[in-house]
Design a binder for this molecule. Structure first.
Ligand code: PXG
Length: 459
């Protein structure tokens, strides 16, 4: 066990409350709830807070700690690299060994037509990169009018101005007046919420055709790309019907639109394959990768660039006027490289595909009959539980989002982390999770659903 620093709990809580502006948080509400929980240590799938409570992390941090917490060898490698070369950039005719080797390693995992990567530090930045790559690509091939990016409502592509604009989170759009031009949103492939009387397969085609409709409406000559997550993560683990992605492939090809696959959550084993594109049969031109690339040990992200796009930039003989101080940071690169090796050595992708993914699906099915559960769904080691007040009509409890918050708080009290996306409970545990840990997650879910139903006056 690693040594825990001897923190002064009261001082930390006060510092946090007085000075820390938290992301995606109602600060007054947080204070009224007694402030933030202080996490001090992580080991495997568990976190420990400053009060010594042991917490099962059913969310892998924020969908990222794929290899779990407490891997000393990553800390040792980072220290070694910092002592040798803490930093150098990858601009101006220079590189570093860790960045070069990570690029090579990453490309060995990507589809055959992907042989280059561009490094950034977060998923948001990687999607900013994608937007610029897509638009610049069309300039290079002599079609500069192709600028519009088509995305979906309730998509999440990050929190920078471009990331949030590409995303379709209404709350984010409303607050910041995000109006960077040339981004259009179409419906999401969310059968349970929006499928009405259609079968899942019919609805998958219908939702994909909305992309085609939008292309025809604005003119294919004006569209640069379509962007989508293989399954929507932050939107509530929305897993598209199997008809959706093949039709999107067809539409993008037919209208000559680049396809950007945002693998920030789906990548690095989450769905039981290295990438979500394998699970769903997606044929992209650009890919966004972050989170599981380093399992969250250090910030690093990458854009996968297909040969088609790469060749246009290569032939153009011009600078790509884009990059970040820390693109290809050597310490983050070394850590990411070892993280990928650990995923391989421990067979985590196969484990999710053959053992824990099917086990999670099986245990999850048991919750289907619960009175407030509308649907359960999973792919690999990520799942969702829809809370409903009417299973047949597929409707929500009044004050949408409240049922989810009530349920989330029951998990919190029981030292298990499951996230509420509105009224959808979602989990995405580290890929090292054992069947016992999945049992704890699902057994706790049953208890929390009962308690939530009671609070809402259903049971
Ligand atoms: N794309 C996808 C698909 C994501 O899920 C990003 C891009 C942006 O990555 P960065 O590293 O810039 O955060 C994400 C991030 C949530 C939650 O509440 C989800 C994310 C981030 C923060 C919160 O579920 N996903």
């Amino acid at each position: 066990m690693n040594k825990i620093r001897n923190y002064d709990k009261a001082a930390i809580k006060k510092a946090d409350s007085d000075h820390h502006f938290h992301p995606f948080t109602d600060s007054k509400g947080l204070d009224n709830d007694g402030g933030a929980r202080v996490i001090v240590r992580g080991e495997g799938c568990y976190l420990y807070d400053i009060d010594g409570e042991k917490i099962l992390d059913g969310m892998a941090g924020l969908w990222c700690t794929n290899i779990g917490y407490g891997r000393d060898e990553l800390a040792d490698l980072a220290a070694e690299q910092m002592k040798e070369l803490a930093y150098y950039n990858t601009f101006f005719k220079t590189t570093t060994a860790p960045a070069a080797l990570l690029a090579e390693k990453l490309c060995s995992l990507l589809p055959d037509n992907f042989n280059h990567v561009f490094f950034s530090n977060s998923g948001s930045e990687a999607n900013d990169t994608n937007l610029r790559l897509a638009r610049t690509y069309w300039q290079h091939v002599g079609k500069p009018s192709k600028k519009i990016i088509i995305s979906r409502t309730n998509a999440y592509h990050g929190s920078t101005v471009a990331g949030a604009s590409l995303g379709g989170m209404s709350g984010m759009h409303k607050q910041a007046g995000l109006e960077i031009g040339g981004i259009e949103h179409v419906m999401q492939p969310y059968w349970w919420g929006e499928g009405g009387d259609m079968s899942e397969d019919e609805f998958g085609l219908h939702a994909a055709k909305e992309v085609e409709k939008k292309i025809l409406e604005v003119g294919a000559d004006n569209v640069a790309a379509f962007i989508g997550e293989p399954f929507q993560g932050a939107g509530g683990v929305i897993i598209p019907p199997k008809t959706y992605w093949p039709e999107i492939n067809r539409i993008c090809k037919e209208h000559d639109i680049l396809l950007i696959c945002d693998e920030v959550i789906a990548g690095f084993g989450r769905t039981g394959n290295w990438f979500g594109l394998e699970t769903f049969g997606i044929e992209p031109d650009l890919m966004t990768m972050a989170k599981g690339l380093s399992s969250g040990y250090l910030p690093i992200s990458a854009t996968g660039v297909s040969d088609r796009v790469w060749e246009a930039f290569y032939k153009a003989g011009d600078d790509f006027n884009h990059g970040y101080t820390y693109s290809g940071h050597p310490v983050a690169s070394v850590v990411a490289m070892r993280n990928l090796e650990i995923i391989e050595e421990e067979g985590l992708v196969e484990k999710v595909k053959n053992e824990t993914g099917p086990y999670l699906a099986k245990r999850l099915e048991e919750l289907k009959d619960h009175p407030i559960v509308g649907e359960v769904r999973s792919v690999g080691l990520v799942c969702a539980i829809e809370l409903t007040n009417d299973k047949e009509a597929r409707t929500r409890f009044p004050n949408e989002g409240r049922a989810g918050t009530v349920c989330r708080d029951h998990f919190f009290k029981r030292n298990v982390i499951m996230r509420a996306c509105g009224d959808v409970m979602v989990a995405s545990p580290p890929l090292i999770a054992t069947k016992e840990e999945i049992d704890l997650l699902i057994d706790t879910a049953r208890e929390c659903l009962d308690a939530t139903a009671k609070d809402l006056g259903v049971m």
